[in-house]
Design a protein around this ligand. Structure first.
Ligand SMILES: Nc1ncnc2c1ncn2[C@@H]1O[C@H](COP(=O)(O)OP(=O)(O)O)[C@@H](O)[C@H]1O
Ligand SMILES: [Mg+2]
Length: 333
């Protein structure tokens, strides 16, 4: 049995830039797999190589058992793709866009007509199928593109930033279609996103990608669990105070330090509500004033911050925020 996707040290260089750096991943058939990372992380470049749009600089990849370079046409027969930027012809109707795609894939007229009805109903566009695409909303265009990607019954569907720029309600709708496709049609889906909630909500497993490398890969739950409990954020008056706080908690071993910024520190503890008094007490004993404190469940934002030292939404470089590895010893106490 083959994997849906299997890459071996796949790498892509553009001059001095290594957009994808030595990535080796395996995705099983039927997975809904996410590539989560900020702008410029290398997600689209990876998808382009997997969908035979561009060749790797080194390394290799197989999609549905076929090598992306040696068996490119077999790969194309087995995949559907929804690009980051829309590629619909907006002067044609929805139905005509689908029909054109079917023709490109060599489907005969009868098969095309049947499949067009199926995919239109899947994304609930049947009633607007004969309108010109120019009159569609952003969400409808996205749904039509997903329908088009499914026309030729692909085993693997690539969705590059499927809900980029859509409003929250439309995003929720698209999420439902994606889940249905995966669950009921059994399509393996590989999607890229820089939206934490999207990856968290949809994906069975997530590879967090930063500067072309995978920095963590697991189920969303496992990624969050590994941080070691609830996240307590403490704000102090100066970077010096934060540095001293780090020392206090490290020496005491009562909390895992997930990451720190200039005037804030993020620590995780088991049973956060119960631990807050103890955490504050330690700061007070060391004579470090705490300006504010908050408690929450860990999110994928925390996971990203922990692994990269940066929040996913800002593109600040690591130097601004000093990342501190969390300590296994602390968890044993
Ligand atoms: N055709 C190209 N030529 C030169 N650099 C590129 C090209 N495509 C992408 N890059 C660079 O590769 C890096 C990764 O880009 P991309 O794969 O688009 O990231 P993402 O999809 O995660 O936002 C970026 O630094 C980008 O500027
Ligand atoms: Mg991209």
């Amino acid at each position: 049995m083959h994997y849906a996707i299997e890459t071996e040290k796949i790498t892509k260089e553009f001059g001095d830039i290594t957009a994808v750096n030595n990535i080796s991943i395996k995705v099983e058939p039927g997975e809904l797999f996410g590539l989560l990372g900020p702008n410029g992380a290398g997600k689209t470049t990876l998808i382009n190589m997997l969908s035979t749009m561009s060749d790797p600089s080194s390394g290799s990849a197989k999609v549905w058992g076929f090598d992306v370079q040696r068996d490119a046409s077999a790969v194309r027969q087995n995949i559907g793709i929804v690009f980051q930027d829309t590629t619909l012809d907006d002067r044609l109707t929805g139905r005509e866009n689908l029909d054109l795609h079917g023709r490109l894939y060599g489907m005969d007229g009868k098969t095309r007509r049947k499949r067009i009805e199926e995919v239109l109903s899947l994304v609930e566009l049947a009633d607007r199928a004969d309108a010109i695409v120019k009159t569609y909303s952003g969400g409808m265009m996205r749904r039509l593109e997903i329908a088009r990607g499914l026309m030729h019954h692909p085993h693997v569907l690539f969705l590059d930033e499927p809900t980029l720029g859509l409003d929250p309600q439309t995003r929720n709708h698209i999420w439902e279609y994606i889940k249905t496709l995966n669950r009921e049609e059994g399509v393996t889906i590989v999607l890229t996103t820089h939206y934490m909630e999207e990856a968290d909500h949809l994906c069975g497993r997530i590879a967090i990608i930063d500067h072309g490398e995978i920095v963590a890969l697991d189920t969303p739950e496992a990624l969050k669990d590994r941080l070691g409990g609830d996240v307590i954020t403490l704000e102090a008056g100066s970077p010096d105070d934060i540095a001293r706080l780090c020392e206090v908690y490290q020496n005491n071993g009562c909390a895992n330090i997930v990451s720190r910024q200039k005037k804030e520190i993020f620590v995780t503890v088991k049973e956060g509500e119960r631990q807050i008094p103890h955490i504050l007490n330690l700061a007070s004993k060391a004579g470090i004033p705490i300006l504010s404190v908050s408690l929450r469940k860990p999110t994928l934002d925390d996971v990203f911050l922990h692994h990269t030292g940066r929040a996913i939404r800002d593109n600040k470089e690591v130097s601004e925020i000093e990342q501190v590895g969390y300590r296994i010893r602390a968890r044993r106490k």
